[in-house]
Design a protein around this ligand. Structure first.
Ligand code: CAA
Length: 293
């Protein structure tokens, strides 16, 4: 699609992405690639620098793989600005996508500031992977514009957008976000605001059971992963995926789901707790079920 056609069909001209981590950087990239102007916000320069580096690297790889052209890469980068000032970052935005760490209080604080600084009709979206949207948006005066946009890592490659509809979200907001999913090249599903939504609830469940199987000596981590990769055509086995996502991240989701769904299925295995306590968090720490050093 031409640049002009893209901007004409784009439902959100300006998007603010809050948090320049792995998810925030990926979200900023896909929105800018689709023609939106993007303002990427974080609290420190070093996080913004790292986020912009992630975007540069991913776009370079995209060009290398023939997924976009060098001029498209340059145009995408031109559409992204970074900012350390939250109020300024969201002032012009028609859509705000929050991708800060998975801490309820932090997300609530961020949205309280966003609600003050943004225009009244701005759509407010969270990229939370499991927290209840009803709690995240509890203090927002106009719940009709609040929604979940759950992306998957690596964002530029993964096709799914899990749209989470909290009580009070208007039909207009849902339809705008659903249409925007198409604009940014994602296939949407719509899920009720329930613990773990569809993806994290099932994904974490498989990951925890795989850890219990390692613990019980059923097979090695490599063979359990191979079972799901070759036997079920999962692109990546559940233990390698746990390493990629981070054992600490998955542990906190498991604890949350255990409590919210009151189900022993989400009880965190002893081995997982021990590995997290030892600092074996997966890829980011150099060691998890695999050696990443
Ligand atoms: N930009 C654009 N396209 C790219 C790219 C880039 N930077 N890098 C790679 N690609 C393309 C490739 O060209 C290739 O496209 P084709 O299929 O058209 O050839 C495709 O992406 C796959 O790339 P590779 O062949 O290089 O890599 P791979 O086959 O090893 O796959 C993977 C890598 C997609 C990450 C795959 O291993 C996978 O799907 N893993 C599972 C990921 C997953 O489950 N993520 C969800 C995590 S949970 C989550 O994110 C939710 C949460 O809340 C925490």
């Amino acid at each position: 699609m031409s640049e002009r056609a893209k901007s004409e069909t784009n439902q959100f001209g300006t998007v603010a992405v809050l948090g320049a981590g792995t998810m925030g950087a990926g979200i900023a990239q896909v929105c800018a690639q689709a023609g939106s102007r993007v303002i990427l916000y974080d609290v420190e320069d070093r996080y913004l620098e790292r986020g912009m580096q992630t975007i540069h690297d991913s776009l370079d790889k995209g060009v290398e793989k023939g997924k976009l052209t060098a001029p498209q890469r340059a145009a995408t980068l031109e559409r992204i600005d970074d900012d350390l000032d939250l109020a300024r970052a969201v002032a012009e935005a028609e859509l705000v996508i929050e991708a800060v760490p998975e801490k309820l209080e932090l997300k609530r604080e961020v949205f309280a500031q966003v609600a003050q600084a943004s225009r009244p009709g701005t759509v407010l979206a969270t990229n939370t992977s499991s927290l209840a949207l009803a709690r995240i948006f509890a203090g927002i005066a106009d719940p009709g514009r609040c929604i979940g946009m759950h992306f998957f890592n690596p964002v530029p490659i993964m096709a799914l957008l899990e749209i989470v509809r909290p009580a009070g979200c208007s039909d207009a907001t849902l339809e705008r976000v659903r249409a925007y999913a198409g604009t940014i090249g994602k296939e949407p599903i719509v899920v009720k605001d329930s613990p773990g939504f569809a993806t994290s609830r099932l994904g974490v469940c498989i990951g925890l059971e795989a850890i219990r199987m390692v613990e019980a000596g059923v097979a090695s981590a490599q063979d359990i992963d191979k079972a799901m990769e070759l036997g079920y055509r999962h692109p990546m086995g559940p233990l390698r995926l746990t390493d990629l996502v981070g054992l600490d991240v998955r542990l906190s989701i498991a604890e949350y789901l255990r409590q919210e769904l009151d189900s022993p299925v989400f009880e965190a295995p002893k081995l997982m707790r021990e590995m997290v306590a030892r600092g074996q968090l997966g890829k980011k720490s150099g060691k998890g079920f695999y050696d990443w050093s």
